[in-house]
Design a protein around this ligand. Structure first.
Ligand code: NAP
Length: 259
């Protein structure tokens, strides 16, 4: 399917690895030029070079912390006018509800709620003026079904979801759509980190931790960054202009819900 977005320009936040990279690759495959962000300059440059070589698009790499105001300013300045924004950042650490301080909550809200909102505020006025835009926020399956040890994530992402629910309906008239993608378990460094915590807590091997977790997913496996990216690219396509303010769960059926 031709996604109809060849020649458009996208910002991909936190995109040198994992799900962000999956989205970057799928958009590049559709002919979209990228402004690719992550903190680690080396891995970012490597990913940017690989994507440019493989798909023949232009990739501008901006090494910066997207949760810091100066990091966001650097990304927005490098990008100029953009058509597509993929919001992403690392997730908050696991823990116990009674241990988290105000500072822990502020950090989580900054990273996973206020930063994506600031990026939307940065690019959406231009998208609306030009009459076309796509925003996809990478959130978490925890928005639909809470993961108890990820209380900081549950809280921050629920806040972003509420903001998007209202705002998506205020910008759709101008051809701008905002949707969220809710990943369940995907095979990325983040999943390795969470599985690593189980390995340490229960004294089992990493393979065993993964097998246990996969057994609880109806698809009996972890998702891949490329299948996640394909859905993201579709949401950014010309065909998805009537999909507004939705929360797309990509979890292999793990959340046991009718809707
Ligand atoms: P990942 O494999 O660890 O990759 C994270 C990417 O984000 C890397 O490129 C990393 O590069 C970049 N990054 C992290 N913090 C950043 C920051 N402050 N500023 C700029 N770049 C940053 O993670 P992932 O699995 O793709 O997860 C992406 C998001 O989905 C996270 O919020 C995660 O919590 C959420 N999620 C993931 C899963 C899963 O199973 N994978 C499930 C539910 C939710 P640098 O470290 O070099 O900056």
């Amino acid at each position: 399917m031709d996604l109809g977005i060849r020649g458009k320009k996208a910002i991909i936040c936190a995109g040198s690895k994992g799900l962000g990279r999956g989205c970057a690759e799928a958009l590049a495959e559709a002919g979209v030029d990228l402004v690719l962000n992550a903190r680690g300059a080396e891995a970012l440059a490597e990913t940017a070079n690989e994507i440019e070589a493989r798909y023949g698009v232009t990739v501008i790499a901006v090494a910066a912390d997207i949760t810091a105001p100066e990091g966001r300013a650097a990304v927005l300045a490098a990008a100029g006018e953009v058509d597509i924004l993929i919001n992403n950042a690392g997730g908050p650490p696991p823990g116990v509800w009674s241990d988290w301080s105000r500072d822990d909550f502020i950090k989580a809200l900054d990273g996973n709620m206020l930063s994506p909102i600031a990026m939307m505020q940065g690019v959406m006025p231009g998208m609306m003026a030009r009459g076309w835009g796509r925003v996809v926020n990478i959130t978490s399956a925890a928005v639909r079904a809470p993961i108890p040890q990820l209380g900081l994530s549950n809280a921050a992402r629920a806040g972003l979801t509420g903001f998007v629910a209202g705002t998506a309906r205020q910008v759709a008239h101008a051809g701008v759509t905002i949707n969220n993608m809710l990943p369940g378990i995907h095979a990325t460094d983040r999943a390795d980190a969470l599985d690593g915590a189980v390995v340490r807590a229960e004294g089992i091997s990493l393979d065993e931790a993964r097998a246990r977790r996969a057994a609880g997913i109806p698809a009996r496996r972890y998702g891949t960054a490329s299948e996640f990216g394909a859905m993201c690219a579709f949401l950014c396509s010309q065909h998805a202009g009537f999909i507004v303010g939705q929360n797309i769960l990509v979890d292999g059926g793990a959340a046991n819900q009718t809707m």
